[in-house]
Design a protein around this ligand. Structure first.
Ligand SMILES: N[C@@H](CCC(=O)N[C@@H](CS)C(=O)NCC(=O)O)C(=O)O
Length: 217
């Protein structure tokens, strides 16, 4: 029986799980949330947290991209995406948490400025995001991935977010140069064929959203 993966195309959290599912060759079907939105009652009946991504396997339902990633690693240990060394594993988790608690929330604050008056108050959010990236550059030392030549769970959080940052900066009429280590990491991640496809599909969804915001300006 395939696992059901509830996701939406633009979500970077969903992209993280989509990458892991594919790298691990898990038998899964992807579906939009029941009722068409993660806010729909039908979806909240199934996934009480009311967020995507979520997975369902029989009666088992799980939300939260990091909880899902860890569960997938436990159930499908090949290829290994979690270091055996406990300190290295803990460090990778901290990088995954940095994505979910710092970088993505900083990016999300920019969403409300898209399609709004040029620049405006977005400047403060743009520099807060830039600061997050500067800290990330000091936190990581990819060679070319976080776990040398093996992709780990934490790597999978970043590729769509890094491209989304560039695309949203550009939609806001601003430029961003990713810090050097982060830029090299992004290029290495994009070199993986699974990641590349997920990134490309995600960017199509982001572009459609940006266009719709532009049209309704
Ligand atoms: N920490 C959660 C965040 C997921 C998240 O924020 N998803 C958004 C879509 S990108 C969502 O479902 N928002 C609705 C909500 O959380 O109420 C995760 O890692 O899964």
């Amino acid at each position: 029986m395939p696992l059901t993966f509830y996701a939406v195309p633009m979500s970077t959290y969903c992209a993280k799980v989509r990458i892991i599912l594919q790298l691990k060759s898990v038998d899964f079907v992807e579906q939009l949330p029941s009722g068409g939105s993660y806010r729909a009652d039908a979806y909240r009946k199934l996934v009480a947290a009311g967020s995507v991504p979520a997975i369902q396997f029989g009666a088992f339902v799980l939300h939260d991209s990091d909880a899902i990633s860890e569960y997938l690693e436990d159930c499908y240990p090949e290829p290994a995406m979690r270091a055996a060394d406990l300190q290295q594993r803990a460090y990778h988790r901290s990088i995954a948490r940095y994505h979910d608690t710092r970088l993505e929330p900083a990016l999300r604050t920019l969403f409300s400025y898209v399609g709004g008056p040029p620049q405006g108050k977005a400047d403060v959010s743009l520099s807060a995001l830039q600061d997050c990236l500067t800290r990330l550059d000091k936190l990581v030392d990819p060679a070319p991935y976080l776990w040398a030549d093996r992709l780990c769970l934490a790597d999978c959080a970043y590729p769509t977010t890094l491209f989304m940052i560039e695309d949203i900066f550009s939609a806001l009429g601003s430029n961003i140069e990713l810090p050097a280590k982060v830029r090299a990491w992004q290029a290495a991640l994009y070199g993986n064929i699974v990641i590349r496809q997920v990134v490309d599909d995600n960017r199509v969804a982001v572009a459609a959203w940006l266009e719709s915001k532009e049209r309704s300006r």
